[in-house]
Design a protein around this ligand. Sequence first.
Ligand SMILES: Nc1nc2c(ncn2[C@@H]2O[C@H](COP(=O)(O)OP(=O)(O)OP(=O)(O)O)[C@@H](O)[C@H]2O)c(=O)[nH]1
Ligand SMILES: [Mg+2]
Length: 254
Amino acid sequence: MMQKIDTKVIVPTYNEADNIDELLQTILDLPVPVGVIVVDDNSPDGTGEKADLWAKKYPDQVDVIHRAGKLGLGTAYIAGFKLALTMPHVNRVMTMDADFSHHPRFIPDMITLSKRMHVVIGSRYVPGGGTENCTWDRILLSRVANLIAKTILGLKAMDTTAGFRLYRREVLESIPLDKIFSSGYSFLVEMLFMCQRRGWQIGEVPIIFEDRRAGTTKISREEIFKAQYTILRLLARRLLGRSPRHPSKPIVTL
Ligand SMILES: Nc1nc2c(ncn2[C@@H]2O[C@H](COP(=O)(O)OP(=O)(O)OP(=O)(O)O)[C@@H](O)[C@H]2O)c(=O)[nH]1
Ligand SMILES: [Mg+2]
């Protein structure tokens, strides 16, 4: 009998047709039982239809959410979280990019650490982690965004903008998903901010982040501008808001 799938990986996609088949194959081949929820925003390149074929072939492991158009990374995660939480035996929900920047080979380590930690980050900035083949401007963007999130918002994790994450069910259930303001990339910082304020234990697993294998970037100037706004908004909340519900807990690295 097949092991019950207790981990779902949410993969938001927009024009990832060149990556999606290999990605799903690699995830389903992992030695741990994980399922996938693809959240596709009506990609013009047919990513959604490709994902549908996988869902048809592996109905227990693969689900696809189709949205009408490009509605943003943050809201795609939320749609995936909501579906995952309707599945009773799912007790961990992960997020990762479709472009192999986040390699599925790190998933088992992240699941292992989730036995002790509520939130696990696939992290570039802990010993053993790093980036490969990335251009200097991408590295700089990531470093600056990370430094800002850490200093201005007091986030304690080393990699605060990583989209490769694991949340235990109780974490997602503690967060008012509909009240998250950011719709795009800054969702990641906002989500981590909410996890830390609720006192959830946050751990990091080193990963090597590689530049996307195929396809093109979806980060725009508008996203960067919106992210700056999110940081200011969260800073206001940090300064004016209620104290955290739980005292903060230590960060542990695998
Ligand atoms: N559903 C959905 N997915 C999105 C949207 N924007 C980005 N994505 C997906 O989110 C993931 C991260 O986007 P990327 O463009 O790879 O962003 P990045 O990794 O920061 O930048 P590059 O790798 O340089 O392109 C990828 O799987 C994208 O296909 C969106 O609006 N909707
Ligand atoms: Mg990418």
